[in-house]
Ligand binder design. Structure first.
Ligand code: GSH
Length: 223
């Protein structure tokens, strides 16, 4: 059985969980408190970051973008990358956008400051300036998601892809702490409702971090 080292509020871990579920691949989940920097975990990934996927034969794969593309290449159905190069370039651009820009400007400022700092205790108090910056930045990102989804159906085109997975992974972490201003972004909300209703999303909606309960609407498909 393959093992996924992950953390429920790590968006990069959520990407891999979503891809495994889309492809109906079974795995054992191991919640890694990555801030403790266990030696055995660092031996699997020199960056000491989650997610890490250890395949049945013992091969350890790290970095969510590398893992997701690997899974898509080895397990073809359903495909989460387009068949032609322009389409793949667009998916990779958007995955880079959500893993990089969105995470830096929004997720790290909101989930990182409000929850992860508290879990890790030694990292100090939430920075209210960072939280304000996160709330300020989320609007333009939700507008962009809504704009793309309205024109293309899914973010990178007509097919659900790793771009949708990357965006939904970030947003679902923020939704877990109740900080997504859905009322002001109806197109993004419509897209997220479609993502949320995919069977592969169910395990994420069942997440319940001890001491950090999600708001009621988090698991609600009609939010
Ligand atoms: N590029 C990596 C980023 C992974 C990452 O940043 N993971 C965070 C948790 S969300 C982590 O493990 N950080 C280690 C640390 O803060 O010590 C990926 O896509 O997998």
């Amino acid at each position: 059985m393959r093992t996924l080292y992950h953390h429920p509020l790590c968006p990069f871990s959520r990407k891999v969980r979503l891809v495994l579920a889309e492809k109906k691949l079974e795995f054992e989940g191991h919640v890694e408190r990555y801030w403790e920097r266990r030696d055995d975990f660092a031996a699997l990934n020199p960056a000491a970051e989650v997610p890490v996927l250890v395949e049945e034969g013992g091969t350890a794969l790290a970095d969510s973008a590398a893992i997701c593309e690997y899974l898509d290449e080895v397990h073809r159905e359903p495909p989460l990358m387009p068949a032609e190069p322009h389409g793949r370039a667009e998916v990779r651009r958007l995955v880079g956008w959500f893993d990089g820009k969105f995470h830096r400007e929004v997720t790290a400022n909101l989930v990182g400051e409000k929850v992860i700092k508290r879990l890790t205790t030694s990292h100090g108090e939430p920075d209210s300036r960072a939280i304000r910056a996160g709330f300020a930045a989320i609007h333009q990102h939700l507008e962009y998601i809504g704009w793309l989804a309205e024109r293309r159906t899914w973010l990178a085109g007509a097919q659900y892809s790793l771009a949708d997975v990357a965006a939904a992974a970030q947003i679902s972490c923020i939704d877990y702490i109740g900080d997504v201003p859905w009322d002001r972004h109806p197109n993004a909300k419509d897209w997220y409702a479609r993502v949320k209703s995919r069977p592969a999303f169910r395990p994420l909606l069942a997440d319940h971090l001890p001491g950090v309960p999600p708001p009621r609407h988090y698991a609600d498909l009609d939010f």
